[in-house]
Design a protein around this ligand. Structure first.
Ligand SMILES: *Cc1c(COP(=O)(O)O)cnc(C)c1O
Length: 391
């Protein structure tokens, strides 16, 4: 008999009932150190007082109206995002994959309105993840995500991640956009080198192609800049955001330049919940903390500490680990064992990690994890690794 919850996930036998900062408390009372943060969602950990305050205050005032009316919290969050980024305008969604839907529509509408309706092709890369909607799976294109779900949304060209020559050759007069994660998350914490991102920007400019960045996982302070592309000094035309921006409340956004968004006039797109007062009140509270230069400086300092400790961990367990990679507090342990084995060994030591593709275990701690918690987390990972691999 089918489970009452549609069984699309194979879930660990863990039920968390409470959280505080980087800690999750299991129903049986065990205290887990959380290096997953709900897959890069709980950017400020669990039950952060400023976020709880923002949410409960809004909950006592007004939950939902409609985008038929002005929504002050939405306006405030849009203004903050525009002030802090390349963007001139923002549309709010409830998830990453909804942001993908709009990014694709926006890029195609741009060329349609410029009198080039044949320009609909979007170039994407192997190992990418853009969510589970029809546009999201077609964009990623992997058999794992698309098999059985045809006919797929057309117009995507899939290239090998990081192959600049293939990219140059693939751009045609039908190409409207290139869509890429600056740091692949699900694909196994694979950063696109700064030089590649710059080269990609140049190529887009040269051919009049829009650059769409998917910063759903790597954005909102995760890499030590507010958005990951800032490290390379370039800016996209369109950017997808979600996960960390809501700190645990379902919230996403598409950020765009005035030019790229020019086709999206009244009536061309919408969302019932997108930009709802609850989500945007929390989003404002998240951004007020994460966008502070001192906060980001601290993320970078702690990222250095964690990375150094992980290098030590890798060196201490050469049969378990191959290396560390990633950026900021978005790190991956490339494993010689099955990632699921390390994740399960971590559960036994009460530390939470997240598996990814390419034999990688992801570490995505809350950005406000403390130095003591980092040390404790690595000690737990060390004990977990000791139970694996040849002694
Ligand atoms: C998680 C993720 C998505 C999808 O977000 P959902 O909120 O699950 O729809 C899209 N892109 C990237 C890079 C992600 O990590």
């Amino acid at each position: 008999m089918i489970a009452s919850v549609l069984p699309t996930y194979s879930r660990a036998p863990l039920s968390f009932v409470k959280g505080s900062g980087a800690w999750l408390i299991e129903a049986d009372g065990r205290r887990f150190l959380d290096l997953g943060a709900g897959i890069a969602v709980n950017a400020l950990g669990h039950a952060h007082p400023a976020l709880t305050e923002a949410l409960t205050q809004q909950a006592g005032a007004l939950w939902h109206t409609s985008n038929l009316y002005q929504i002050p919290q939405q306006q405030a969050l849009a203004d903050k995002l525009v002030a802090h980024t390349f963007a001139d305008t923002v549309f709010f969604t409830n998830s990453g994959t909804e942001s993908c839907e709009l990014a694709v529509k926006m890029a195609r509408k741009y060329y349609h309105d410029k009198g080039q309706p044949e320009r609909v092709e979007i170039i994407t890369f192997s190992g990418s993840f853009h969510g589970r909607s029809s546009a999201g799976i077609a964009a990623a294109g992997s058999e794992k995500m698309t098999k059985g779900f045809g006919p797929l949304l057309g117009g995507f060209t899939h290239l090998d991640f990081g192959d600049h020559d293939a990219l140059t050759a693939a751009i045609t007069e039908k190409t409207c956009a290139v869509l890429v994660e600056p740091v692949q998350g699900e694909g196994g914490i694979r950063p696109l080198p700064d030089a590649c991102l710059k080269g990609l920007r140049d190529l887009c400019d040269e051919h009049g192609v829009l650059m769409i960045l998917d910063e759903v996982q790597c954005g909102v302070g995760r890499t030590g800049k507010l958005f990951a592309h800032e490290w390379s000094g370039i800016a996209p035309d369109i950017m997808m955001v979600a996960k960390g921006i809501g700190g645990g409340f379902p919230l996403g956004a598409v950020l765009a330049t005035e030019n790229a968004a020019s086709g999206m006039t009244a009536g061309t797109h919408g969302s019932t919940y997108g930009g709802n007062p609850l989500g945007c009140a929390v989003g404002c509270a998240v951004l007020d903390i994460v966008a502070e230069p001192e906060f980001l400086a601290d993320v970078n300092r702690k990222a250095g500490t964690l990375r150094q400790k992980l290098e030590g961990l890798v060196a201490a367990h050469p049969t378990v680990f191959e290396g560390v990679r990633g950026a900021g507090l978005m790190l991956g342990l490339k494993c010689k064992v099955a990632p699921a084995d390390l994740v399960n060994a971590g559960y036994a030591e009460e530390v939470i990690t997240v598996p990814a593709a390419d034999n990688v275990v992801r570490l995505l701690p809350p950005l406000n994890i403390t130095d003591e918690e980092i040390a404790e987390a690595v000690a737990r990972l060390d004990r977990a690794a000791s139970t694996l691999g040849a002694a």
